[in-house]
Design a protein. Structure first.
Length: 331
């Protein structure tokens, strides 16, 4: 049985225009679970990771606003809270959909810590968007009231940003590996994992949010999965996205995709980390990665949708299979 690492984005739980209520998230989780069960039917063993950008921003805002009534939570504890919250919604939805499909597979959520370096330059350069989108006026007001760092995010509005250090090691890796080998459907590294670091011989939380795609690539490589899939809010990776001449990438070699990234096609707060993560996976030995929307997951894995990223030798194999003419530089 082949193994897949599937990383689903925040849009799988909170869609554009929604407030993010528990009821809304549960409906979306059920929709996502139905699509995932199609992959389980095709005999994929799946490890699921997920984002938590909207949820962790909301958790931190609740904590800050309620601090006069109850003790507040640091950001790493908010990360842990959202792992439990989202893991619960996904686990319940998957249990239900697997049962309806007459598939008897245990689903388990692993509260996952991920080691980061306290010397990571990102700790002094907040860049990870979390929470909802605000107008410029609203964002500036929150910046004044709460001391937030604010940036414009992908031309959709303004969001709070926090430090996002690079993931170095997954603390619970061996436990995750053993659960997968025993046939469990594992949900892990939620929201990129809870950032932790060793200091004075003790493991301690770090106030940051790890990018879930980077953490997912690390977990995919550590587990030696056959396929790494990132679900997002677009069907494909596009060049010149949202311009009149935008072009979807279907099957692309890692070298070509790297060149597009260097040309600036993929914004750092949106598609950039996803492209960086699949390139990391391919360059360190992965055989295939896919970026697509949650509604196209099963079609993409079957080869009928999504952007498929392969190593250069894999691109040659695809060309031979499809009997297409390769560009001269790829021959």
């Amino acid at each position: 049985m082949k193994t897949m690492l599937l990383a689903i984005g925040g849009n799988s739980l909170i869609r554009a225009g929604e407030k993010g209520t528990t009821a809304e998230q549960l409906v979306n989780a059920r929709r996502t679970a139905r699509e995932i069960v199609k992959l389980v039917r095709e005999r994929w063993r799946i490890v699921l990771t997920h984002g938590n950008g909207p949820q962790v921003g909301a958790a931190l805002l609740r904590s800050e606003r309620g601090a006069s009534q109850v003790p507040g939570h640091p950001l790493d504890v908010c990360d842990a809270c959202t792992q439990g919250e989202i893991g619960y919604l996904l686990q319940q939805s998957l249990d239900t959909e697997l049962q309806l499909a007459n598939l008897h597979i245990p689903v388990v959520t692993v509260l996952t810590q991920v080691l980061v370096s306290l010397d990571d330059p990102a700790m002094c350069n907040p860049a990870k968007p979390i929470g909802p989108f605000y107008s410029r006026t609203e964002a500036e007001e929150r910046q004044r009231l709460f001391g937030w760092h604010i940036v414009e995010d992908a031309a959709r509005g303004y969001r709070r940003v926090v430090p996002s250090p690079d993931p170095a090691e997954i603390v619970e890796l061996q436990t995750i590996r053993e659960l997968v080998e025993q046939g469990a459907f594992v949900i892990a590294c939620g929201g990129g994992g809870i950032p932790v670091a060793w200091k004075d011989g003790r493991l301690q939380g770090v106030e940051a949010v790890i990018d879930k795609d980077r953490a997912s690539a690390l977990l995919a490589l550590s587990l030696h999965v056959d396929l790494f899939v990132i679900s997002t809010d677009t069907d494909y990776v596009y060049l010149d996205y949202r311009n009149i001449n935008q072009r979807a990438l279907e099957t692309v070699g890692s070298r070509e995709l790297q060149e597009y990234a260097e040309e600036g096609h993929f914004p750092p707060g949106n598609m950039g980390p996803k492209v960086e993560s699949v390139l990391r996976f391919i360059d360190q030995g992965g055989r295939e990665a896919i970026i697509t929307s949650d509604v196209n997951l099963s079609r993409a894995v079957a080869g009928f949708a999504g952007t498929h990223v392969v190593p250069e030798d894999g691109l040659i194999e695809v060309a031979m299979h499809e009997q297409i003419e390769l560009p001269a530089e790829s021959r």
